[in-house]
Design a protein around this ligand. Structure first.
Ligand code: 86X
Length: 449
């Protein structure tokens, strides 16, 4: 018997209470869960598989451009972490420490990495000898911990998160400048063409740049609440770390030189942006290119035709071997209940097949993003699925693009600037870049950054 519909759906509208809506989607789509440690959350399989897809895409991009992966230790001695003062100063209150091994107090406490510049550059100083060792292009995928006290939000603000951090060393400033921009545009490609999240790229102000960097470039997405969300950063570190860690190389001219460095990172926070931006009142909507499951086939089973329908269902699944396809043949749930559940989980395409469809040699294909239904002949399923996934991918991006475009307002006067910021728009205006002006802007306009 089919179960009666329980209240597994989202009970608030996205437009009415974004924050509550977000929390419900995360929980009910089984993306993440809280634990007994505040700010430390479980990435459940539905979210971790999205992360694995993102990793795979970006990992290939950086490998194709000569970068290699490595793994550096989790624990960083205090003295090492403090070596480049400028970069730690503002962050020191967020460092989590390991102080004991069993009952024995350590002679020097160890930081749980908040970022890995120090531990990596200590090694770099040993490994880099001559111009032949450059460029050094290393990335690591790992977890980091920052003990923040702001209210945690799954994916968007957690004390532990997963990320990649790339750390490169170059012989010349020009090469390092180029690396910063190349990575920035790889990030943009990933975010726009795979996550379907349009981003604005640019340079952070003096106040907002990474203190250890000469300059910081950033990618910012625009959320439905009118706020910008930082999706990634790519820094030009200049020579400051090379000096602090005494990284040098013997040039072709037989003289010692200071190399130039970059660092860059993206994290599981991106998943939060995907949820916020693409989700709707029915729940999650996953862009096809990062979806762990592309399509779910739901056989509409009547006792007399059960065998026939299941046989065809698995035939179809087999014919779709280029895609990740699930079959939901649970008979304790009604078709309608299953439809709702797969919609809640954001799976891009639903394929329904019932007794009448078999007779007509067709299935019904349903898009998650628009709800559009279409009858598709058995012979066209493969082709149609590809087309539909492409359409969904494109539509999600274009909808998000429109949201950002509609909310960017260009102004020339200060009063208009303040007015538009208060309306939660993104404002495009001239900015002199001075620190005093930045502070004034922030205080006079409800905290614009
Ligand atoms: C800044 C800079 C940089 C590599 C990236 O943005 C991309 C990947 N690193 C990270 N940052 C800190 O340096 C930092 C340091 C300490 Cl000690 C901390 F507790 C928190 C931090 N947060 C950010």
């Amino acid at each position: 018997m089919a179960k009666k519909k329980e209240n597994i759906g989202i009970t608030v509208k996205k437009s009415e209470n974004l924050s509550e809506w977000y929390t419900q989607v995360v929980q009910k789509a089984e993306l993440a869960d809280y634990t007994s440690v505040s700010g430390c959350m479980v990435l459940r399989p539905n979210a971790y598989s999205i992360w694995e897809n993102i990793q795979k895409i970006f990992d290939e991009m950086i490998k194709n451009t000569g970068h290699k992966n490595a793994y550096f230790p989790l624990l960083i001695p205090e003295s090492l972490l403090m070596k480049e003062k400028e970069h730690v100063e503002g962050f020191a209150p967020e460092v989590a420490w390991v102080t004991h091994g069993g009952n024995t107090k350590m002679s020097e406490r160890l930081a749980i990495r908040p970022t890995s510049e120090t531990i990596m550059y200590e090694s770099y100083a040993k490994w880099i000898r001559s111009w032949r060792d450059l460029p050094l292009l290393i990335n690591q995928w790992c977890n980091v911990v920052r003990w923040e006290f702001k209210y945690p939000k799954p994916f968007l603000r957690t004390r532990e998160f997963l990320w990649q951090e790339g750390h490169t060393v170059h012989a010349t400033k020009e090469e390092a400048d180029k690396e910063v921009i190349d990575i920035l545009y790889m990030y943009k490609d990933l975010m726009e063409n795979y996550l379907a999240v349009p981003v604005l790229t640019g340079k952070k102000t003096e106040k907002e740049k990474f203190a250890g960097a000469d300059y910081t470039t950033t990618l910012e997405a625009f959320m439905p609440d009118g706020k910008a969300l930082q999706m990634g950063t790519s820094h030009m570190l200049g020579q400051s770390f090379a000096k602090a860690f005494d990284i040098k190389f013997l040039g072709r001219d037989e003289k010692y030189h200071r190399p130039w460095q970059t660092s860059w990172g993206i994290s599981t926070r991106m998943i939060g942006a995907v949820i916020m931006l693409h989700g709707d009142d029915k729940g999650l909507v996953i862009p096809p290119k990062i979806a762990p499951v592309h399509a779910v086939i739901i056989p509409i089973i009547k006792e007399e035709s059960k065998e026939k329908i299941l046989k065809k269902t698995y035939e179809i699944k087999k014919s779709l071997k280029d895609y990740s396809v699930e079959v939901d043949e649970r008979d304790e749930y009604s078709p309608g209940w299953k439809f709702n559940e797969w919609e809640l989980k954001g799976i891009p395409v639903r394929i329904e097949i019932g007794p009448k469809d078999i007779e007509k040699k067709q299935v019904v294909m349903v898009r998650r993003d628009t709800g559009e239904k279409e009858a598709v002949n058995f012979n066209d399923i493969n082709k149609k699925l590809k087309e539909t996934l492409d359409k969904i991918q494109k539509n999600l991006f274009e909808k998000a693009r429109k949201l950002i475009d509609d909310n960017i307002i260009e102004v020339e006067k200060w009063d208009d600037f303040v007015k538009q910021i208060k309306k939660k728009n993104i404002v495009k205006a001239f900015f002199c870049g001075k620190k005093e002006c930045e502070e004034l802007i922030k205080s006079e306009s409800d905290g614009a950054t």
